[in-house]
Design a protein around this ligand. Structure first.
Ligand SMILES: NC(=O)c1ccc[n+]([C@@H]2O[C@H](COP(=O)([O-])OP(=O)(O)OC[C@H]3O[C@@H](n4cnc5c(N)ncnc54)[C@H](OP(=O)(O)O)[C@@H]3O)[C@@H](O)[C@H]2O)c1
Length: 250
């Protein structure tokens, strides 16, 4: 009798080359039975390093380059990938890629507004929309969007970033209701101040005064939440925003 082929299952992490995205790849490799698809934009070496760390844990993975802001590039990358991975399904999508271009709104240049919105909000659309039909056919999936405390309470000097992350929170809640019947959950994780390249220039000594836990968080602490939401254990949680910010009221 012909053996039934089981599909290779993948978890995609956009911006998996550095920071929180890298920590998420490593945590997923430790906790769950997925191959990792590690996306990067410009830092191929950093993405390779993430892959090395994932493989050291015994998991399989590969790196994939695309700019989440460029829908043609995203679609092309997935077309090529699906062509060479016919028996594979991307079952977990972690929309993590994000940038900041901070400054007071009255001086904000159009390019600083658009690039931040394009990365977080349009990046969510470009990646998730390209994969959602296959996920619906699969009748199981996990979508996790990396947002921010800024998208909930708003942060002065980050009107662009707060708008982008707030919009992704709205999209998370709406899409969750559209796809829940197909066993696909859609949630958002909202970190506060986490140590990474993004926050490297910030004055932790000064800023930690307004964080009840009195410190910045570690990328690994965020990765644990993501890993739980990506697991079958989180099957009845959808449309939620999980704060991870050391007690900042949001
Ligand atoms: N750190 C914090 O305190 C904090 C707090 C709240 C929310 N967040 C959110 O958490 C996420 C990760 O932040 P992080 O602190 O880890 O940032 P990070 O250290 O600056 O890393 C950013 C990651 O995003 C990728 N990326 C940026 N633009 C991209 C694009 N157009 N296409 C594909 N990948 C792109 C980068 O890829 P390359 O390496 O190729 O450039 C990199 O892997 C972001 O969405 C951020 O907004 C962070």
């Amino acid at each position: 009798m012909e053996e039934k082929k089981t599909k290779q299952k993948y978890a995609l992490v956009t911006g998996g080359s550095r920071g929180i995205g890298r920590a998420v790849c490593i945590q997923l490799a430790k906790d769950l039975d997925y191959n990792l698809l590690i996306n990067y934009n410009g830092n191929k070496e950093a993405a390779r390093q993430t892959l090395k760390e994932v493989e050291a844990l015994g998991a399989k993975g590969e790196i994939i380059q695309f700019d989440v802001t460029n829908s043609d590039a995203v679609n092309k990358a997935f077309d090529v990938w699906h062509e060479t991975n016919k028996d594979a399904i991307i079952e977990v999508i972690i929309n993590n890629a994000g940038i900041t271009k901070d400054g007071l709104f009255m001086w904000m240049k159009p390019e600083d507004w658009h690039s931040v919105i394009n990365t977080s909000l349009n990046g969510f659309y470009n990646v998730t929309n390209a994969l959602i039909q296959k996920l619906l056919v699969n009748k199981y999936g996990r979508i996790i969007n990396m947002v921010s405390v800024s998208g909930l309470k708003g942060t002065p000097g980050q009107v662009n970033y707060s708008a982008a992350k707030g919009a992704v929170i709205g999209a998370t809640k709406a899409l969750a209701q559209e796809v829940a019947k197909r066993n696909i959950t859609v949630n958002a994780v909202a970190p506060g101040f986490i140590k990474s390249d993004m926050t490297a220039e910030l004055d932790e000594k000064e800023l930690k005064k307004m964080i009840p836990a009195n410190r910045f968080g570690e990328a690994e602490e965020v990765a644990h939440v993501v890993s739980f939401l990506a697991s079958p254990k989180a099957s009845y949680i959808t449309g939620e925003v999980i704060n991870i910010n050391g007690g900042i009221y949001s």
